[in-house]
Design a protein around this ligand. Structure first.
Ligand code: FMN
Length: 375
């Protein structure tokens, strides 16, 4: 029994949002919605378990925002119809009743779409074939298609999709939305030098490449209530390029963070796609990317990547690198991670087999007895 409380168990606020502790569930795609994108009862059980287990904040899986090109995978949930909204309302109600806040992650897949029930083609800032291959765990196989370069009309429609989905999210009882600007999807394709070769106002310097992200944040901000949280998630690495780093290092990071704060973001969430925070966070000059985000913007910052390591988690908070910690795999292995931390109980290791052959909730359920797991 430890007598000093872990700093992750202390309360925190993100704008108007009061959190019971500093532990969040990171967004995780589970490709378990109905074919039409409606969230299911099984998903409500899944999300409610994290809230019961003591997580103060749950960021949902990436959710598509329009019936055009945003959907990334078959059985991904959407937020574009009344049925979607009703399904999510059920989930926000269950999560709130168990004492947690919830944020809907809004995602446009862009060139990294591998399953879209509305369209066969893909769009992106430029017609550049994506690196890597589609992801079998989310139902894809083989090389990505070469996307069509978006015109201004496509961009305007994409922004409108984010705004309309955020308005639905607020109606459905979410405490906020998180714009998915990370991991190689549409917004990150605009931000990235080698996927964005445009010569208009969205291409060229980093301050132009971050424009789409900033426009989406400010367009959402203008339509939702003042208490509604509008966060954004960013990363250097991508699902199809884990080692990518912003070419301008600290300078790029400062421009990106400042533009998003200016646009009205409530928080910045820095993801460590496929890597640990320690490996991805250190910038030239020795500052950490999360610490820099805090310094440049004064906004709350969520750190991610291996935060189930409780020593690392304590250091990140105690040394001022972040305000809240988002756990992905650690939360899957321990939906009650905060409760375990508070009670000094051991935690289970993440077993990748629970996401095989696809990352569905059903496969995790089938894995449980075989693995002898209790989670
Ligand atoms: C099954 C699975 C699905 C994921 N889906 C998403 C997603 O929808 N949106 C997102 O931003 N990140 C997604 N991620 C990345 C996680 O949010 C997180 O950044 C990554 O797992 C590293 O954190 P961890 O070390 O705590 O697991 C996913 C990760 C996993 C394991």
């Amino acid at each position: 029994m430890k007598d000093v409380q872990h700093p992750a168990l202390l309360p925190e606020t993100i704008g108007e949002l009061s959190l019971a502790n500093r532990l969040a569930v990171a967004p995780m795609t589970r490709v378990s919605a109905a074919a039409d994108g409606t969230p299911t009862e099984e998903m409500a059980d899944y999300y409610a378990a994290f809230a019961r287990g003591g997580f103060a904040l749950i960021v949902t899986e990436g959710t598509y925002t329009d019936t055009l090109h945003s959907q990334g995978y078959l059985n991904q949930p959407g937020m574009v119809s009344d049925d979607h909204e009703a399904g999510w309302r059920e989930i926000t109600g269950r999560v709130r009743a168990a004492g947690a806040a919830s944020v809907l992650q809004l995602m446009h897949a862009g060139a990294l779409s591998q399953g879209n029930r509305y369209r066969d083609d893909t769009v992106a800032p430029s017609a550049v074939p994506p690196r890597g291959e589609k992801m079998p765990e989310y139902g894809g196989h083989g090389p990505w298609a070469t996307p069509r370069a978006m015109g201004q009309d496509d961009i305007d429609l994409a922004v409108q999709g984010f705004v309309a989905s955020a308005v639905r999210a607020e109606r459905a009882g979410f405490d906020g939305v998180e714009v998915h600007g990370a991991n190689g999807y549409l917004i990150d394709q605009f931000l990235t030098d080698y996927t964005n070769t445009r010569d208009d106002r969205y291409g060229g310097s980093v301050s132009r490449r971050v424009r789409l992200a900033a426009e989406i944040v400010s367009a959402i901000r203008a339509e939702v209530g003042p208490r509604f949280c509008v966060g954004i998630r960013l990363s250097q690495g991508k699902v199809n390029d884990h080692t990518h780093r912003w070419a301008g290092g600290t300078r790029d990071a400062e421009i990106i963070f400042a533009a998003l704060a200016e646009a009205g973001a409530s928080y910045l969430h820095i993801a460590s796609e496929g890597r640990d925070w320690v490996e991805t966070a250190t910038l030239d000059g020795g500052m950490t990317i999360t610490g820099l985000a805090r310094k440049v913007t004064g906004l709350p910052v969520l750190a991610n990547g291996g935060m189930h390591d409780t020593d690392q988690a304590a250091t990140v908070l105690a040394d001022g690198h972040a305000d809240v910690l988002a756990l992905g795999r650690g939360a899957l292995a321990n939906p009650d991670f905060p409760r375990r931390l508070a009670q000094g109980l051991p935690t289970a290791d993440f077993d990748h087999l629970m996401l095989q052959p696809m990352a569905t909730l059903n496969n995790a359920r089938l894995w449980r007895p075989a693995a002898g797991a209790t989670a």
